[in-house]
Design a protein around this ligand. Sequence first.
Ligand code: KG4
Ligand code: ZN
Length: 338
Amino acid sequence: MELKKVNILAIESSCDETSAAIIQDGIVLSNVIATQKVHERYGGVVPEMASRAHMENIIPVVATAIADSGIEKSAINAVAFTQAPGLIGSLLVGACFAKSFAQTMNIPLIAVHHMQAHVLAHFIEERQPEFPFLCLTVSGGHTQIVLCRSHLDMEVLGETMDDAAGEAFDKVAKMLGLPYPGGPLIDRHAKSGDSLRFRFPSKEMKDYTFSFSGIKTAVLYFLQAQRKTDPEFAEKNINDICASVQYTIIKMLMAKLEKAAHDLGITNVGIAGGVSANSGLRKALEETGAKNGWSVFIPRFEYCTDNAAMIGITGYYKYQKGLFTDLSATPSARATWA
Ligand code: KG4
Ligand code: ZN
């Protein structure tokens, strides 16, 4: 007798990406991402506009994800949605949709923590980490070193005390006149720049704590001083500035990750979250991994930035353990680890 397959509809709407995916027995059948372009001209995500765009996008995105998957809507066994953390208005759109869908179809609802899902994006891939697994999760809102003992047993060993790494990339990009999100553009300029031309201070922090507000201020003062003598300084030197800033941020990230892996004796090490799409960080992890004899894990680009497939794989592990939630589950802008 053939075993019945488990189909999960996953919804992600924590920030400025409306995404839906269908996961069948842990395999991604579809993963649709609608990126909201409306924020570009404002230099950052405008929360009210994000909520409105989610409301416009959610139904077509879910319909496309179901159509792309090739399964019937009636074959969906559960709905997983991002409950926290994120922009509250954005989270509410996904949560309300997921609840209505679950109630209408009479299927269970699964609440997912967005940062846990970023880590579990590694388990979408064929080659998967073994436990204990150490993951550096770097996004626009978070910078964390996470110890994973199993799929659902994770501990945040350290995080940023101020800005996230992605925020540092985006804020520096804004100072350089680049549109939002600036991280990918810094990455592109850095490829043809000299990373040692300009030196920016990297603050020493204890244990596994990060701080990125210092580098942001250092770049601001540096640009102000240089622009006094040459108003076009940033434009003329953009590649070297981007390469130098990126180099400093990566150095800070890798130093803590290497320390944690060393302290805990862990050799399965990975990166996750939007900033893990950065080519310099990916290369640095490969090199540090080779030096230390680690098994290194880097998600495919589409699973680095926000996507519903990672919510679906987390939902799948929760489904197997019967970790469902009821309709009273409320989204939260800030929530402790699930
Ligand atoms: O995980 P994510 O999509 O959303 C959050 O949960 O925050 O991460 C978005 C962040 C943004 O700050 C964006 O600039 C950054 O990831 N990012 C990058 C790159 N691609 C995305 N930062 C540096 N280099 C990249 N290639
Ligand atoms: Zn994210």
